[in-house]
Every structure is written in C-alpha cells, then in structure tokens.
Design a protein around this ligand. Structure first.
Ligand SMILES: Nc1nc2c(ncn2[C@@H]2O[C@H](COP(=O)(O)OP(=O)(O)OP(=O)(O)O)[C@@H](O)[C@H]2O)c(=O)[nH]1
Ligand SMILES: [Mg+2]
Length: 364
C-alpha cells in the first residue's frame, strides 16, 4: 500500500517528500524538477511503541512503515499529454491514496506555473486532469462492453449502466469517490476499473512559517472548498520543516519546532494520516528480543495478521493471545495482565483491533 504526493509543478512536493523520508529527492525552484517518481519507506510515528519499549526493555524496536511516492508535477492538459502527461498519470494510478499538495504561501521568488497563488484554481486543474484521464478509461471500457450489452448479456448491461453513471459524473466534473454506487456495483465494476479519482484523498496546504499553526486565508478557502468531500485538510509549513529535518540534533529540532508553535513536526501528523487514509492499522508484538509494530488492513482477521509476520503463521494459525494496548500499559507487563485475567484467547474469526498486542500459536 502506498500514498502518492500529487500536485502542480513547483508547489513543494519533493520538499515534502524529503521531510518524510530519508531517501532524498531532488528539489529545486523550477517546474518539472521531478520526472521519475521517488519512493520512500517512511516510519510511522507511534508514541505507543515508546511506552511498550519502556515496559519490555527489548533489544530493538521496529516501527510500522508506509510507502510514500513523490510524483512529477501535473499541468493543465496533462491528460492529453501536456507536461509530463501520461507518464505522470500512470504513476498516480499505481498508488492507493493521494496526498494532494496545494501551494498556500506567497513568495515571488518561487515560480508558480500559472502565474499567481490560487489553491482553489490549482486544485480544480488537478482534479480536472485526473477526471479526464478517468473519463478516457471509462470510454474505452464502454466501447468494449456496449456490444455484449446489446446482445442481451445481463452482466454486460449491468456494467454498462455503471460505466454510463461514471461517465456522466466525470463529465460533470465530479470525482468518482464522490459518486454513489451499491456495494455490489462498487466491488464488481468500480473497484476493478482502478480509476484515479476513486482513490481516497487528503489535502496538504503548504504554508509559510507564520501560518504553520493556524493556517491562513488560502487554507480557509481550501477548507471551504472541500467541506463536502469528507477529506482531511492538513496545514504544513513544508519549507520550514525541511530545514528543521536537516538538523542532526533531536533537542535542536524540538527547539525550532517549539519556536514556530508546534510540539511535533506536521510531517509526523501527515504520515499517521496517510496511514489511516490507506485504511491501515497497527498491532504489536512485544518480546524481549523485539518490540514491533505490524501493519494490517482495517478489518483483518487473526490469521491475516499472523500472515504479515510469516505466511506459515497464517496457514498454520491455531489461535492468538491478545492483550489490548491499554491493558498492557495499565498492568505493566504480560504476566500481570494474565494474572488479572485480561489476556484473551482468540480464534480464526477474530477481527484485529488497532493497538492489540498479539502472540500467535501455530503449527507447520
Ligand atoms: N518559501 C517556500 N518555498 C518552498 C516551500 N516548499 C517548497 N519551496 C520551494 O519551492 C521550490 C519547488 O519545490 P519542490 O519541492 O521541488 O517542488 P515540486 O512540487 O516537487 O516540483 P516538481 O517536481 O517540479 O513538480 C523549491 O525551490 C523549494 O525550496 C515553502 O513552504 N516555502
Ligand atoms: Mg518534485
């Protein structure tokens, strides 16, 4: 599962990527600086890991990770091949969620491809290109399915109806994620079409240092504009945070963050949000060798969670011993949790909860 950073050229996408990841992307003050996507595996900050570490005192601690991709900038006409056009759109298609970066800072020295700062226009430019690309995909599918539908094939007729609804929505400038379909149509036709505007999205407003805490007038416009989208809007002083990331010393970084009014980097918040956007959650294993956060889809079962560690664990799954994170911390150790009768034994149909501390029993 990976989240892609999307937006107009020169709005700070690569700078943001560099705040998140140790894999350094090239960032410069000219449009289309990025061509090939930069991929980074980013640790998900989780204070619960430090708590568990303090209790268990393990040899090592491993956080959950999420994959972030920094993608080339998109301009008007991209769906028709302008700018880096189709290549860019292909890169977005391969991601599972979109982090849409909007420039919300004034600075005459930083080139804006459309001449002036206007996050709403920028958002609409990007949305429209993505929608046009989806429209192209839908039209191609329609061409294929039409004939079969005419001959009376019931399945083809159902698909055609869904495609026509997608087409009408996209032509009206509505992203697929905002269109409503029955669960069945969603599973059978919409999901397999892998449309770009069906992917979950969050907006990242790139602001100047002074606006890092409470945003600014541009951010207000963005919030107002997307209020019906049910999407998160995150305010982040990307340039400033990139500078802070460069500092080697933890104390020094905290001092600079405090200076601009933050208790943790906005990028940490962003990573956690991206993780949620990807529908991911964490369970822990806690032993003296290693305390570790593992990633599973929301809704994963016990065996599926075990499978993240090793496929044999999934195949040979017998049962899981589960301690809620809160209980682990409240009682202070696995032994004390057991004593208190708070350790649960769960079977194959158990649905994993975020924060579960788990131990698997299996045979191979
Ligand atoms: N003042 C200011 N400059 C910024 C900020 N974020 C990025 N920049 C600058 O804007 C320029 C473009 O940043 P990049 O991160 O390369 O932009 P990009 O969106 O990756 O651009 P492309 O790869 O060309 O699509 C660089 O010179 C950055 O230093 C910011 O928050 N404030
Ligand atoms: Mg870039």
């Amino acid at each position: 599962m990976k989240a892609g950073i999307v937006g107009l050229p020169n709005v700070g996408k690569s700078t943001l990527f560099n705040c998140l990841s140790n894999a350094k992307a090239q960032s410069a003050n000219f449009p289309f600086c990025t061509i090939e996507p930069n991929i980074g595996v980013v640790n998900v900050p989780d204070a619960r890991l430090q708590k568990l570490e303090a209790l268990v005192n393990p040899e090592r601690v491993l956080p959950a990770t999420v994959e972030i991709v920094d993608i080339a900038g998109l301009v008007k006409g991209a769906s028709k091949g302008e700018g880096l056009g189709n290549q860019f759109l292909g890169n977005i298609r391969e991601t599972d969620a979109i982090l849409h970066v909007l420039r919300c800072f004034d600075n005459d020295n930083i080139i804006h491809v459309d001449g002036n700062v206007d996050p709403i226009r920028d958002k609409e430019t990007i949305d429209m290109e993505l929608q046009l690309k989806d429209l192209e995909t839908v039209d191609k599918k329609l061409d294929k399915v039409k004939r079969a539908a005419k001959t009376g094939n019931k399945e083809a007729q159902k698909e055609e109806a869904v495609l026509l609804k997608l087409k009408a929505g996209l032509e009206a400038g509505i992203s697929v994620r905002a269109l409503e379909f029955s669960d069945e149509d969603q599973e059978e036709f919409v999901k397999p079409a892998q449309l770009i505007t069906a992917k979950p999205v969050m907006y990242v407003c790139n602001v100047d240092e002074e606006s890092a805490v409470s945003g600014n007038a541009y951010v207000d416009l963005v919030r107002e504009n997307v209020k019906d989208e049910n999407a998160e809007v995150l305010v982040l002083a990307v340039g400033t945070e990139a500078d802070i990331t460069e500092l080697d010393d933890y104390e020094e970084r905290q001092m600079f963050l405090a200076d601009i009014g933050l208790d943790e980097p906005g990028s940490a918040k962003l990573i956690r949000s991206a993780y949620k956007l990807l529908n991911q959650q964490t369970y822990f294993t806690a032993g003296v060798k290693e305390v570790r956060a593992w990633t599973v889809n929301v809704g994963a079962t016990g065996p599926q969670a075990a499978g993240v560690i090793h496929t044999d664990f999934e195949k040979g799954f017998i049962r899981a011993e589960v301690i809620a994170y809160e209980d682990y911390v409240a009682f202070g150790s696995e032994a004390k949790v057991k004593e208190a009768g708070k350790m649960r034994v769960e079977g194959k149909n158990y649905i994993v909860k975020d924060g579960d501390v788990m131990h698997f029993l299996f045979n191979v």
